[in-house]
Design a protein around this ligand. Structure first.
Ligand code: HEM
Length: 146
């Protein structure tokens, strides 16, 4: 028997249609998340080194980004991979810290079925950013001296 269509958990390529979730809602989540990140002893300084003046443009850009990811409204047209490749001090373990704050922010701001969708999308994007930043083919037997 074919599975019933899953209306509660849309596939990543489908927009989320939930009465609560609009740009204002996403803006609240983004601000909650970045207040956690900015207070973090490891991630706070990394962001502070990059965003030296007014945080508002970054928060608005990140709200557009999450609107594009969740609502599929095309609000964001930047390029996340080059923005992160520049951050030489970031390690793979930093992504676990980042995701921990994102999970906590989503749990604080969203009903559980909505939090689950945001967290799923964040985990997918984190995985692909990590591949872009850290994946290297090992070449056994090849000495890399110097
Ligand atoms: C340890 C993990 C991460 C760190 C330290 C980090 C740090 C940063 C910093 C410092 C910027 C600002 C760069 C700039 O303005 O030039 C930035 C931009 C951005 N980040 Fe992250 N990030 C992390 C993970 C993620 C993840 C998992 C996502 C998505 C789910 C994400 C999405 C973005 C986006 C969309 C931008 C804006 C890029 C642009 O268009 O300029 N980041 N990130």
């Amino acid at each position: 028997m074919p599975a019933a269509p899953d209306t509660v958990r849309p596939q990543p390529e489908m927009p989320l249609a939930h009465p609560l979730v609009d740009r204002a809602f996403i803006g609240v989540l983004v601000r909650d998340f970045y207040s956690r990140v900015r207070a973090d002893s490891r991630l706070g300084p990394i962001f502070a080194a990059e965003i030296t003046g007014d945080w508002e443009p970054h928060l608005e850009k990140m709200t557009d980004f999450w609107c594009s990811v969740i609502l599929k409204n095309g609000a964001y047209s930047g390029r996340p991979v080059p923005a992160h490749l520049r951050l030489k001090q970031v390690t793979e373990a930093d992504f676990d810290i980042w995701l921990g704050h994102f999970r906590n922010a989503a749990a604080a701001c969203c009903p559980p079925e909505v939090a689950e969708i945001f967290v799923d999308r964040a985990e997918r994007i984190a995985r692909s950013l990590k591949l872009a930043m850290f994946f290297r083919l090992e070449r056994p037997g090849v000495e890399t001296v110097g």
